[in-house]
Design a binder for this molecule. Structure first.
Ligand code: CA
Length: 234
């Protein structure tokens, strides 16, 4: 069963979201605070996804995201922010969230996004459980993308990527030296019919550059195509 951690301090919102998620076939771990969420995560089976409200009493959703991401790169994380917290959203994405949604949101949109995230997580799990046949590796310059372990290597050194980052790299490796328009990256990674804006692509690219470029401010591999998108250069 798909399992999601739901962290929201407003009881009425949490209960309403939990009810809808359960009806959509999710098992829901509910927590009114970050502290309780961490407790629950230690006590139970791993979750496929987490839905984290940013404004929480005590530890906030951003710190919680950072804490969860520190030892779990596979879980899909969606941040929930209130209107006008643009900077929190961007910060959330830069510390490892995969997606964000703004309050008030429609529950059906929320579930659609969660399902998309969970599909990616399950695909990864399936890839890890696959019997050892030929190694599925994409090679580009000094980089090797290992599809089985979902790890990127640069000159033999492993680089830990989130699911979204991994998929962006896959897209680049399969389209070398090709200018990819941001909308295409968005569709390729987040799926057709994604409701979010293309800024999420830029934030993930910024984070990827921090991880793979020698000098993130002067990138040699992920090049900006002004007014269009990005191009991979091995
Ligand atoms: Ca709140």
């Amino acid at each position: 069963m798909k399992r999601v951690l739901l962290v929201e301090d407003e009881d009425s919102i949490r209960e309403m979201v939990a009810l809808n998620l359960k009806m959509a076939g999710w098992e829901v771990l509910e927590a009114p605070s970050a502290e309780r969420a961490l407790e629950l995560m230690h006590q139970s089976q791993p979750c496929d996804a987490a839905l984290l409200d940013i404004m929480l009493p005590g530890m906030d959703g951003l710190s919680l995201c950072e804490t969860i991401r520190r030892d779990n790169s596979a879980i899909g994380i969606i941040m929930v922010s209130a209107k006008g917290q643009e900077e929190d959203k961007i910060r959330g994405l830069s510390i490892g969230a995969d997606d964000y949604i703004t309050k008030p949101f429609s529950v059906s949109e929320l579930i659609a996004r969660l399902e998309a995230l969970a599909r990616r997580v399950r695909r990864t799990a399936a890839a890890e459980g696959k019997a050892v046949e030929e190694p599925d590796q994409l090679v580009s310059g000094p980089f090797v993308l290992d599809e089985k372990s979902r790890v990127l290597y640069k000159s033999g050194k492993p680089i830990d990527l989130t699911q979204v980052e991994f998929q962006i790299m896959e897209l680049f490796f399969k389209n070398p030296a090709t200018a990819l328009v941001r909308e295409k990256i968005l569709e390729g990674v987040w799926g057709a019919g994604y409701y979010g804006d293309v800024k999420i692509v830029d934030v993930n690219i910024r984070r990827l550059r921090m991880k793979i470029e020698d000098e993130p401010s002067n990138p040699q591999h992920i090049l900006t195509v002004w007014g269009y998108g990005y191009r991979w250069n091995a």
